[in-house]
Design a protein around this ligand. Structure first.
Ligand SMILES: Cc1cc2nc3c(=O)[nH]c(=O)nc-3n(C[C@H](O)[C@H](O)[C@H](O)COP(=O)(O)OP(=O)(O)OC[C@H]3O[C@@H](n4cnc5c(N)ncnc54)[C@H](O)[C@@H]3O)c2cc1C
Ligand code: FES
Length: 261
């Protein structure tokens, strides 16, 4: 983990609601693993002392990119970053996805909205191709489908309004695939998206006796394990306990997560 001032080298829109911000980070970028995140502070947001967490979407040499959606004050102010502006970064943070797959396993990635970002980094690092399921409210929320196809992945899309792919939740597409393929494949899931989606993927994995690695999204304070803003109830070695999503996660195996309504 490093603290580094990154320089903006690219900042482009991806559709109407998302942007990709690329920072030159010669110290942080080479250390990054799929599923890890950075904690970003914006110089122009003077009254906000807290950083904002973003999954690492791409690493290209010393360049690190994030893919973000504008939802509030911090992300709105990020939109104003211009080439050569600087932004303070702490990272890479968190544990990341496991990269070693057992011999017969088919990797199944499940993404909701910007959850596709860490899964793209993961797909680029995996030596084996599998299936990506992407869900979103509408066609404009389905990101990177062509990029995954270019890597050799099968891509299955679901939208709430039916404007692209299957109409309904991403689990509609996933369940259809499981029904057709589960008898002759051994899936292992890697998921990032809203809690409801993570729980649904985890439930299917537990029922099928497969593994599911879930990237939890929690509001964060310090990002390094000190403030306990991000705690999640988990089960470790049969004991209920609290884990810090920023430091012990953000990736947890489905059986370890205790969901509270
Ligand atoms: C490990 C991790 C990885 C993340 N990766 C990405 C990413 O790749 N791309 C991306 O766009 N966002 C990502 N997020 C979410 C991102 O951190 C928040 O959207 C951001 O902090 C919001 O800041 P803001 O100041 O714009 O919003 P605020 O003004 O702080 O809040 C605006 C609204 O967003 C909600 N919100 C704030 N933080 C979160 C959160 N963590 N989860 C859900 N809702 C939240 C608030 O409740 C509020 O309704 C990630 C979060 C975590 C914990
Ligand atoms: S954000 Fe402070 S302990 Fe996780």
């Amino acid at each position: 983990m490093r603290i580094e001032n990154g320089t903006v080298v690219d900042h482009d829109a991806m559709g109407p609601d998302y942007r990709v911000l690329t920072l030159k980070l010669p110290e942080v970028a080479p250390l990054a693993k799929p599923g890890q995140f950075i904690h970003l502070r914006l110089a122009q947001l003077h009254d906000a002392v807290l950083r904002r967490p973003f999954s690492i979407y791409r690493i290209d040499g010393t360049h690190l990119s994030i893919l973000y959606k504008t939802v509030g004050r911090g992300t709105a102010s990020m939109q104003n970053l211009r080439l050569n502006d600087s932004a303070s970064v702490v990272g890479p943070l968190g544990n990341g996805f496991p990269l070693n797959l057992a011999g017969s396993v088919t990797p199944i990635l499940v993404a909701g909205g910007y959850g596709v970002a860490p899964l793209y980094f993961l797909a680029r690092e995996m030596t084996r191709h599998g299936v990506l399921f992407i869900g979103g409210a509408k066609a404009a929320d389905i990101l990177l489908a062509d990029e995954f196809r270019a890597l050799g992945w099968d891509v299955q899309v679901a939208t709430d309004d039916g404007s692209l792919g299957v109409k309904g939740l991403v689990t509609v597409a996933l369940d259809a695939w499981l029904q057709a393929s589960a008898s002759h494949t051994q899936p292992e899931f890697f998921a990032c998206g809203p809690n409801g989606m993570l729980k649904a993927v985890g439930d299917r994995a537990i029922r099928g006796n497969w593994k599911a690695w879930l990237s939890l999204d929690r509001h964060m304070g310090c990002g390094v394990g000190a403030c306990l803003a991000c705690v999640q109830k988990v089960r470790l070695s049969g004991q209920e306990t609290l884990a810090r999503v920023c430091k012990d996660g953000p990736i947890f195996e489905a059986r370890d997560v205790i969901w509270e309504d």
